[in-house]
Design a protein around this ligand. Structure first.
Ligand code: SF4
Length: 356
């Protein structure tokens, strides 16, 4: 049976505004098994990065706090740890790579120094041993002539090479969990594909788990074993990637999938867009937080939070469409209701869900 590596339960993180605390994530729960890749997807402002910063406890340095909830890593509670204790975990057992490699690297140190620093800090190695390890890491992430490149500064390398260096720093201490926050967004499309392939290869070789944050459903399709879809600070759908792509069950997930260019295969057809924009976290709507943008909105959606409905052994969605008592204003047959969403805009029969 798969081992749980990371378990997040009811995580609520907040930032101080001029008047009050504002929740950036609200009751977020998910788990990640050893060796698995979980993608958190959603638009900018949906709380993906705040979730990853909370796991690393870097949210404390960004002016936020963890108000409630639990973050267990191999059964060890991280939410209540002192920052001093996190030093032994951050960069060692859990590592993170960020979106923009140029701002993640220090311009006044060579890339070899920056990898070696991480090795020296966590593995108690001599300067010479750490440098050798840095060169090996550059070789592992596919940088040619690593002995020479190790002595160069970030401005002497391309964007793709810098992201490989950032990955080398993150993996230098063989972490069990790698958190990658939009790792390819700042890169050219061809380099993006190389970096994703590299992450997949290293995951297999090093036996680590990946928590990948992305707004790109194409990236999620390539990488994920499981997917959690976030909207306005909350998870609205979660399940196995294969199941979620085959049968997107929350109208927001369906909208994200329909918004991928070229997926329909119909040349000349106007690209689908989800109407409206994500609300500011200080002005969330009542009821279902997606209701102002949802094409299937019903009266109860405007003032009652749907909570989760179980749609399968490993699939859940937060939507009133799955409630027994809802007709959704669409054709209803037996215990199924017919609504019009899905990647191919076909009539999907939506199963009733069990309330979680
Ligand atoms: S609960 Fe209502 S508004 Fe929210 S996603 Fe479902 S149908 Fe749309």
């Amino acid at each position: 049976m798969a081992q749980k590596l990371l378990e997040i339960e009811n995580l609520t993180a907040a930032f101080r505004s001029q008047k009050d605390w504002v929740k950036a994530t609200d009751n977020v729960s998910f788990s990640l098994d050893t060796g698995q890749t979980l993608c958190i997807v959603g638009e900018s402002g949906s709380g993906k990065s705040v979730t990853s910063l909370s796991i690393m406890r870097l949210i404390d340095y960004a002016g936020g706090v963890i108000m409630e909830g639990s973050i267990r890593f191999k059964g060890e509670e991280l939410a209540s740890k002192e920052q001093q204790e996190m030093i032994g975990i951050r960069g060692n057992k859990i590592a993170m790579i960020f979106q923009d490699p140029m701002s993640a690297l220090n311009p006044v140190f060579t890339v070899g120094d920056q990898i070696a620093e991480s090795v020296q800090l966590h593995q108690n190695k001599s300067r010479e041993e750490a440098w050798k390890a840095a060169v090996e890491m550059l070789r592992l992430v596919g940088i040619p002539s690593p002995e020479i490149r190790a002595g160069q500064y970030p401005h002497e390398l391309s964007g793709g090479m810098c992201q490989r260096v950032v990955i080398a720093i993150a993996l230098a201490c063989s972490p069990e969990l790698l958190i990658a926050d939009e790792p390819t967004t700042a890169l050219d499309v061809t380099v993006q594909a190389q970096i994703l392939d590299l992450l997949l290869r290293l995951k297999e070789e090093m036996g680590m788990s990946i928590l990948l944050i992305t707004h790109d459903m194409g990236v999620a399709a390539e990488m994920a074993d499981r997917i959690a879809v976030m909207y306005a600070g909350a998870i609205v759908e979660e399940g196995l990637a294969s199941e979620l792509f085959r049968s997107p069950s929350h109208p927001y997930t369906a909208g994200l999938l329909r918004s991928i260019p070229g997926l329909e295969g119909d040349r000349g057809e106007e690209l689908y867009t989800i109407q409206g924009t994500i609300p500011p976290i200080s002005q969330l709507p009542s009821g279902c937080r997606f209701h102002p943008r949802c094409p299937y909105v019903m009266d109860r959606c405007r003032n009652q939070d749907p909570g989760f409905f179980r749609l399968g052994d490993d699939h859940k969605a937060a939507c009133w469409l799955y409630d027994e008592s809802v007709s959704a204003g669409s054709a209803q047959t037996g215990n199924k209701v017919t609504v019009k969403f899905g990647v191919r805009d076909k009539q999907n029969a939506v199963k009733r869900g069990e309330r979680i």
